[in-house]
Design a protein around this ligand. Structure first.
Ligand code: C5P
Length: 333
């Protein structure tokens, strides 16, 4: 970990833990234990998934995290979140996946973090329609957290600057800051240092098949078991950024995921699914994040559908998706 990111993280965390009234001090309108101003009964917001075009693991840091360079892109697969007021000053979460109905849900933690930062008392009910598979390398939980932050910021008219939002997001998870803006971005540090890239998506990747083997993979376990021989120096991510900035298609060998070799070795179901995609005619298959989702890009819809149908006939769950540049999209009612 660099000294710069070290001090940045330290500032972010110490701000969150020790200086809860910082924002109140800076903004005379806010005081402790108050209710934020709301203009409507609640809102809907979409939380989009991502794929990793590249993922260079640079090495292990002294805090246990890994230094990364990764190029991420949001895709049109999304969860839907509805936020409404409660009378009991609590944060409640109700999810279509019952195992996510708890305080550890990142959407609930995002709401708690905002309330604690600004010493707000009012409660919120978070209804979460899950479509993004869990523990699948698509960033579903992180995206939910970012969506809640953005929605509360607007709905409760919170005095959080973009830097404040970034700090809260980074405290919730390495991928959460990326989802505050989404689109195409290079993410560095442990993932929280986000450099947006001008929108460009190669036509050869216009359609994306997402195949999720029916296993969940723990990101922490994948990073923990990663041998140093799978570390790279960031060359792949740099090369892909250069190509995309020049509006060129990246070289397939640079669409590299440093976690993939180890995941394929440890999880035979993922290796089998990759083989099935290639056998069905996918020209390129990559793991997204720490898996278990594999993505295969296609230029033509007809080819993508043919492969999708072939794999569905073998019993695989395969979704058709595409790159997307989401707007803030908070819908009030
Ligand atoms: O940041 P987040 O909570 O999403 O990370 C989940 C786990 O993945 C971490 O606890 C850590 O074990 C691992 N991780 C890592 N290096 C990163 C990101 C995540 O080792 N850059």
């Amino acid at each position: 970990m660099t000294e710069r990111s070290n001090s940045w993280l330290f500032r972010a965390f110490s701000w969150l833990k020790l200086d809860k009234c910082r924002i109140s001090v800076h903004n005379a309108r806010m005081s402790h234990a108050q209710r934020a101003q709301t203009s409507s009964n609640g809102c809907f917001v979409r939380a989009y998934a991502k794929i990793n075009l590249t993922l260079d693991v640079l090495g292990r840091r002294s805090d246990g995290y890994h230094a990364l360079a990764t190029v991420m892109q949001t895709i049109d697969l999304h969860d839907t979140i509805c936020l409404t007021a409660t009378d009991d000053n609590e944060v409640q979460v109700i999810c279509t996946q019952p195992e996510l109905n708890n305080d550890e849900n990142l959407a609930a933690r995002a709401a708690q973090a905002v309330r604690q930062c600004l010493a707000l008392t009012q409660g919120v009910r978070i209804e979460l329609h899950k479509r993004i598979p869990m523990a699948a390398g698509l960033g579903g939980g992180s995206s939910n957290a970012a969506a809640v932050l953005l929605a509360l910021q607007q709905w409760w008219r919170l005095p959080l600057s973009p830097a404040d939002l970034l700090s809260v997001a980074a405290s919730l998870g390495s991928d959460v800051p990326f989802f505050l803006t989404g689109g195409l971005a290079l993410c560095e540090g442990r993932g929280e240092r986000v450099t947006p890239l001008a929108p460009y998506w190669p036509t050869s990747m216009r359609w994306l098949l997402l195949l999720r083997p029916t296993i969940s993979i723990s990101t922490a376990a994948v990073f923990r078991d990663l041998p140093a021989s799978d570390y790279t120096d960031g060359t792949h991510s740099r090369a892909v950024c250069t190509a995309l900035r020049a509006r060129r298609k990246p070289q397939p060998e640079n669409l590299h995921n440093g976690l993939e070799r180890s995941v394929l070795e440890r999880y035979p179901a993922v290796a089998q699914a990759r083989e099935a995609l290639l056998q069905a005619g996918a020209p390129l298959v990559r793991l997204s994040g720490s898996g278990s989702t594999l993505f295969a890009p296609f230029s033509e819809l007809a080819c993508a559908i043919q492969v999708q149908h072939q794999l569905q006939a073998q019993g695989y769950e395969v979704d058709l998706s595409r790159a997307i540049y989401p707007d803030a999209g908070v819908c009030f009612f």
